[in-house]
Design a protein around this ligand. Sequence first.
Ligand code: NAD
Length: 265
Amino acid sequence: MRVGIVGCGGRMGLMLVREVAATPGAILAGGTERPGAAGLGRDLGTLAGLDPLGVAASDDAAALFAASDVVIDFTAPAATVGHATLAAETGTALVVGTTGLSAADHAALAEAASRAPLVLSANFSLGVNLLLGLVRKVAATLGDDWDIEVLEMHHRHKVDAPSGTALALGRAAAAGRAVDLDAVKDTVRDGHTGARVPGHIGFATLRGGDVVGDHTVLFATEAERIELTHKAGSRAIFARGAVRAALWAPTQPPGLYGMEHVLGL
Ligand code: NAD
């Protein structure tokens, strides 16, 4: 399977280069960076701390899509929407890990997925995908007298908040209660907020250091509390899941898929 990586010089991009190089059945087709980025023209292996792989970083995304069976995208929302258009035009499968996507971005990805297989997940780790199912089940089991709060912490460089994973966990809890997250989410509390609104799902965001990603969903009622926690120790878990999705996606018909489909959950 020929795998292309857009955003190959980023934190996740470099991890993905190492993961593709180490995966039997995957061939690194190439990698792109944004025009003017520092690593352009350099060997992808060298950039990722490996022996040279004979493929250089370029800024020609169209050429990369033409040369790949599947492209993995952990970049930024505007770039991802452009890449989804290229996937639709070429029929190349696309695996998207970018978070912070707007409703309009999601609509653009869904449109592209009518012409190419597209796997979209805010978190490619096995553990978080299992946690999503658990949260949905616990929320469905507990009554409305249980308050639900989602707490997350990430490294100081993260640019979107709450994290895509925290929002996915909130959506799982809301789905368990058969409500729409947008109607019940509290993402900001500041000043005189008044008492907690029953049925709302709250979010708290921490940023600092090099934390790869910690998420806790709290269920709290009178005199009792349940806390479900996942801690990511390395970005390698996301890269491993994304490459697994990349080997799976080109075998599927066009459509929008999640990690639960890849894992058969
Ligand atoms: P990063 O800033 O280190 O890397 C992003 C890279 O994309 C940069 O190198 C940037 O130059 C490049 N880029 C931007 N526009 C581009 C374009 N048009 N063409 C090619 N490259 C372009 O960020 P990161 O920590 O690697 O995270 C990237 C994204 O992945 C974020 O949205 C983050 O939240 C998300 N993420 C998702 C998961 C998951 O499992 N879904 C896990 C970790 C991070």
